[in-house]
Structures are given as structure tokens and as C-alpha cells.
Design a protein around this ligand. Structure first.
Ligand code: COA
Length: 161
């Protein structure tokens, strides 16, 4: 049986921090479904379709990574994909409380689903999509944080191209 994991998030936009988690996840799972939240409470810069397209561009050629969207309860989506594991990245102690709460809630309502936390690699511990957007909007260098296609999309959004 294939080991499939779902990696959910806003991905507004995807960064090297997310990419690092996906690549490391591929050493554990046969397939990873990157699930972009449609109804996130966050106000996003990119539309859902744009976020999906950017992640798909980054992972084109990697057949074990697929990109999808979901709305509603995450655990319902995970079950619908025939997966039993949710991957989440942990960056700092500050992430822990929120992630712990979500994982507990998910395990309460979907007992057969596990959440696997992966520590973010040291060099991405401070990274977030918001911080990358802020640096880009202020014309800072974001080469170390996002792949070239994401950088171009960000610069286009901020009228810098
Ligand atoms: N490296 C760098 N940055 C990372 C990272 C990593 N490995 N992992 C996460 N981040 C950043 C993201 O860029 C994001 O930054 P931002 O806040 O500036 O946008 C932040 O950490 C956290 O975002 P993300 O991982 O995308 O989570 P989220 O809180 O936006 O989304 C969902 C969480 C969508 C998974 C969650 O809300 C959900 O499951 N919703 C569905 C509804 C549901 O089932 N609710 C019940 C749950 S109890």
C-alpha cells in the first residue's frame, strides 16, 4: 500500500521553507499531496489558482508530488485522498502551541489520522510567507527565500517588473 501524506497550508506563496519540508517528506512517504487551503481566514496576495500554479511549477517533473485545493475540514479532505498522515513544519517554539491545538483537534475528530511534525531546517527557521512578501514589497532581495518563478510572480504583484 502506498504511503500518502497531505501537506496542507496557505502557501501564499510557497517558499524554500515549504519546499524543504516537501523534499524531506518524500524520503518518508511515497506520495505527498500539497493541499492549498481555499477558505483560509488569512487575506491572501495570490489567488488559490495562482498558489497552486506556483507550487506545481516548482515540482514539475516530480511525479510523487501533486497539488490540490481543499475547503472544509482538513481531516475530511485527508480521508477523501486515502491518506492517514498530515505533515506540518515546526519552525519555532512559537509555532508549537497553535500546531499542538490543531493536531489535538484533528485527532479528536478524525482518530485514524496522524499529524507528523517535521522540524524546519535551521536556515528556514525564521522564514514565513508574510516576511518574504514584506521584503519583496520593499524591494529587498528574496533570492534566498523563494525559487525564481515565485520571485517573478511576487515582483509582478508588487509592480516591480
Ligand atoms: N518554513 C518556512 N515557513 C513556513 C514553514 C516552513 N517549513 N511552514 C509554515 N511556514 C509559514 C507559512 O509561510 C505561513 O506564513 P504566513 O503566516 O506568513 O502566511 C505560516 O508559517 C503558517 O502557515 P501555514 O503552514 O500555511 O498554515 P496556516 O495556518 O496558514 O494554515 C491550515 C493552516 C490551512 C492547515 C489550517 O487552518 C486548516 O487545516 N484549515 C482547514 C479547516 C480545518 O480543518 N480546521 C480545523 C482545524 S482544528
Amino acid at each position: 500500500m502506498k504511503k500518502i501524506a497531505v501537506y496542507p497550508g496557505s502557501f501564499d506563496p510557497v517558499t524554500y521553507g515549504h519546499i524543504d519540508i516537501i523534499r524531506r517528506g518524500l524520503t518518508i512517504f511515497d506520495e505527498i499531496v500539497v493541499a492549498v487551503a481555499r477558505n483560509s481566514q488569512k487575506k491572501s496576495l495570490f489567488t488559490t489558482d495562482e498558489r497552486v500554479e506556483l507550487i506545481s511549477d516548482v515540482f514539475k517533473g516530480e511525479a510523487r508530488v501533486s497539488v490540490d485545493t481543499f475547503s472544509g475540514l482538513l481531516i475530511d479532505y485527508v480521508s477523501s485522498r486515502g491518506a492517514h498522515v498530515i505533515i506540518r513544519g515546526l519552525r519555532a517554539i512559537s509555532d508549537f502551541e497553535y500546531e499542538f491545538q490543531i493536531a489535538q483537534m484533528n485527532s479528536c475528530i478524525g482518530r485514524e489520522i496522524e499529524t507528523l511534525f517535521m522540524m524546519t531546517s535551521l536556515q528556514y527557521g525564521y522564514l514565513s510567507s508574510s516576511i518574504v512578501k514584506e521584503v519583496c514589497s520593499l524591494k529587498g532581495d528574496i533570492d534566498k527565500f523563494v525559487p525564481p518563478e515565485v520571485k517573478s510572480a511576487l515582483r509582478l504583484k508588487y509592480g516591480l517588473l
